[in-house]
Design a protein around this ligand. Structure first.
Ligand code: PLP
Length: 394
């Protein structure tokens, strides 16, 4: 489905670390954090060992705790909701926009107003298994966690305006959107805290890894303590001020990240090129819908190349037929509320979030990376158009 885009610079950078004795908590991490902060133009960047770890720490910093409510999206990778559960809080799903798959700002406004009021009006937004007769008297609304799905920035201007009105925080899961811009503002500079991920299929990689960025210096200090066993800012090795974790990013990963970041414009340009090769070949296909562009996404950091398969063609049959031709493809995303764990814990059923479900039923991720050649894209498109045109997938 995807391959990392690595050069000799990256291999040398990792090898150089292995020639030292400093494999963790050293100069590479510090340099990577500084370079990342300056790339985005943000005051603080804190490296962690995965995007998921970063999201967990963002949830803690936002003061989200047991039974608190966080408005978020059901159309995402499961980590963006799991991080809320890690703190025993409640993800409040609202449905998404059909064009981008991102949170529907109108519904977010409606949900936030009802949830802020608490009591009866909040009930219909809660997960089915948590609804009660009289309702919680008090509002437990703490934050909005928006996800930039497939590289499209969420409508952060609307989300922020809504959050400010209710005095709650905005956490941005930007794990799929490095390099994207919303209304001219770089993803990572807009929310109270944003989290990026560097798994090998992302725009740049550290193997495993992530980065938290924020403008708040008190949160920066908290992230540094939390990622390293709750240690005090003084750095004293066996002084633990809070419940912490080991979410540190090691030096080999940081060196790889630093070398990738030096080539970030090249990495993004290659992905953009591959996406445009796909667009060119699939744009006039009646039964295939190519990725939407919006006026608010002023720059796209391509993460995956997603198409939608139109009826009467069956998406799952297309996946099977592509696999038969040796071409991997994937259904992104089966919505979170229908994942077995969420459905059984919270009582969700099909029909609860129809737009997210329709996207989950028709979306198809094609092979995509910055190292794909035009010939490879051509081959995928030839097979895809042949299959979609054949009777076996109706
Ligand atoms: C990749 C990703 C994450 C985090 O990924 P890690 O594998 O933990 O680095 C979180 N949210 C979304 C939407 C993602 O795509």
């Amino acid at each position: 489905m995807s391959s990392p885009d690595l050069s000799d610079d990256e291999r040398q950078a990792v090898r150089r670390v292995l020639e030292t004795t400093h494999l963790s908590m050293g100069p590479q991490l510090e340099a990577f954090e500084q370079a990342f902060a300056s790339y985005l133009g943000v005051p603080h960047a804190v490296g962690v060992n995965s995007g998921t770890s970063g999201l967990h720490l963002a949830v803690i910093a936002a003061g989200i705790g047991e039974r608190d409510w966080v408005i978020t999206t059901p159309f995402s990778f499961v980590a963006s909701a799991n991080c809320i559960l890690y703190e025993r809080a409640v993800p409040i799903f609202v449905d998404v926009l059909p064009e981008t798959g991102n949170l529907n700002p109108g519904l977010v406004r409606e949900a936030a107003a009802d949830l802020a009021r608490g009591g009866k009006s909040a009930q219909r937004w809660l997960p089915p298994s948590l609804r009660t007769q009289g309702g919680d008297a008090e509002s437990r609304l703490k934050a909005i966690l928006a996800v930039d799905v497939f590289g499209h920035p969420a409508d952060l201007s609307s989300v922020l305006e809504c959050a400010r009105r209710h005095g709650i925080a905005v956490i941005e899961d930007a794990c799929e959107a490095l390099g994207s811009e919303h209304e001219g503002g770089k993803v990572g500079t807009l929310a109270d805290v944003s989290v990026f991920a560097f798994y090998p299929n992302k725009q740049m990689t550290t193997g495993e890894g992530g980065m938290i960025v924020t403008g708040r210096s008190e949160w920066d200090a908290m992230f540094r303590s939390l990622r390293s066993q709750g240690r005090a800012a003084s750095g004293a090795w066996l002084l633990h001020e809070r419940l912490g974790y080991n979410y540190r990013l090691d030096e080999m990963s940081a060196a790889l990240g630093l070398a990738q970041l030096r080539r970030i414009e090249e990495l993004l340009a290659r992905r953009r090129q591959v996406a445009s090769w796909y667009n060119l070949r699939l744009a006039d296909q009646e039964l295939i819908e190519i990725p939407a562009s919006t006026t608010t996404t002023t720059r796209m950091g391509w993460f995956v190349y997603m198409v939608r398969i139109r009826p009467p063609v069956r998406r799952d049959a297309v996946i099977q037929a592509l696999a038969g031709a040796g071409i991997p493809s994937r259904c992104y995303f089966p919505p979170i509320h229908l994942q077995p764990f969420y459905a059984s814990r919270f009582g969700y059923r099909r029909g609860d979030f129809p737009v997210a479900e329709a996207l989950g039923d028709t979306s198809l991720a094609l092979p995509f990376s910055g190292v794909m050649t035009e010939q490879q894209v051509e081959l995928v498109c030839q097979h895809l158009t042949r299959i979609v045109g054949s009777a076996v997938v109706r």
